[in-house]
Design a protein around this ligand. Sequence first.
Ligand SMILES: NC(=O)C1=CN([C@@H]2O[C@H](COP(=O)(O)OP(=O)(O)OC[C@H]3O[C@@H](n4cnc5c(N)ncnc54)[C@H](OP(=O)(O)O)[C@@H]3O)[C@@H](O)[C@H]2O)C=CC1
Ligand SMILES: CC(=O)[C@@H](O)[C@H](O)COP(=O)(O)O
Ligand SMILES: [Mn+2]
Length: 385
Amino acid sequence: MKQLSILGSTGSIGRQTLEVVEQFPEELKVVALAAGRNRDDFLKQCLSHRPRVVSLELEEDARWLREQLPGQYHPEIYFGLNGLVEVATCSEAAVVLTALSGAVGLIPTCAAIEAGKQIALANKETLVAAGEYVTGLAAKNKVQLLPVDSEHSAIFQCLHGESKLWVRRIILTASGGPFRQLDQKALSRVTPQMALKHPNWSMGQKITIDSATLMNKGLEVIEAKWLFDLDFAAIDVVVHPQSLIHSMVEYGDGSILAHLGIPDMRIPIQYALSYPDRWFNSLPRLGLTEIKALTFEQPDTGRFPALALAYAAGKEGGTAPAVMNAANEIAVHAFLAGEIQFLDIPRVVEKTLNAHQTFKPSSLEEIIEVDGWARKRAVQFLTNI
Ligand SMILES: NC(=O)C1=CN([C@@H]2O[C@H](COP(=O)(O)OP(=O)(O)OC[C@H]3O[C@@H](n4cnc5c(N)ncnc54)[C@H](OP(=O)(O)O)[C@@H]3O)[C@@H](O)[C@H]2O)C=CC1
Ligand SMILES: CC(=O)[C@@H](O)[C@H](O)COP(=O)(O)O
Ligand SMILES: [Mn+2]
């Protein structure tokens, strides 16, 4: 029986993780849960899974939760960043599934690693902001970072058992998002409502907007660099609108190994939790004879500059990816709030990056400080874009 903590249990990945847990009651048990502000759904999750340690973002919601729970169930209840750390380091948990959205996941993920927990990582922003620090910490604590992100899970599986020496490149697939075929003029008019309609995946709001700008693929390029210890020259992106091939590895001998499956995050979530085993499930199967086409295109970084910004920030290294990520979080939030236009998102990111003098951070505190600086600077650009 694997005991599990989930950070971000009320989100898209968090809920699907709980579905996987419910499918495998003999193999998986939830011992700690953390969420943000959706206290009603969190209460239901607590009543159903009875974790020993729980946390919500706000103190008043933590107090409310205590009042709602029945007399015979007394979990430890926390709130805020300290609560996320308590859930991440819950003593019985062997695995922590990180499904927070954004760099708020950084501190609790590092705490989990220091506590020796295996990490099932969905929260890609943590690796983007602090990839060198987090992978170094994981190596020091002999902790494995198991990918949950569909592309990285696919690559992890295609790399299985092979030496990195034989790899020529990895190829991340991108759906291209809902605006793949729109010209610049049409892109300037898209609304949050339009951008929230991903063609293939049902996900949280932030990642759905990132998919529409192609920043999601940029974040994934940096995530892949750190997860698989590759040079950026060995990480390519190809647009594959069907999202059936989840990514590929090309070996030096010309062989390409691809991972296929229906676009359903419960599959990579389950694999990260069952690894190194593979459990049978009853999810719908990919009907090979029903596939009409598997097509591929070059990403267009003219219309979608966020991907090029991410490659540039990744190659620059140091604090640049943390700045890019923080500025992107601010810009996406502002777009969703109707404060800026869709095409302003990469502009805010670029301006914030240009205002920053990159350096090599020497501690987690420095990365967090830079993240805070970038957020403040990006807010200033929102009204001046
Ligand atoms: N959704 C998907 O299919 C995929 C997602 N990912 C990655 O996984 C991560 C999660 O994505 P997704 O599930 O879509 O995101 P959601 O927005 O759906 O969920 C985010 C979760 O984090 C919680 N949360 C956010 N901020 C805080 C905070 N300050 N304190 C405590 N809890 C907080 C939310 O709580 P609440 O809702 O209660 O406020 C919610 O439970 C992201 O990094 C994303 O890029 C990767 C691949 C696929
Ligand atoms: C499901 C998943 O892993 C997402 O990251 C997804 O890949 C987003 O789709 P895009 O390919 O459109 O970014
Ligand atoms: Mn992905």
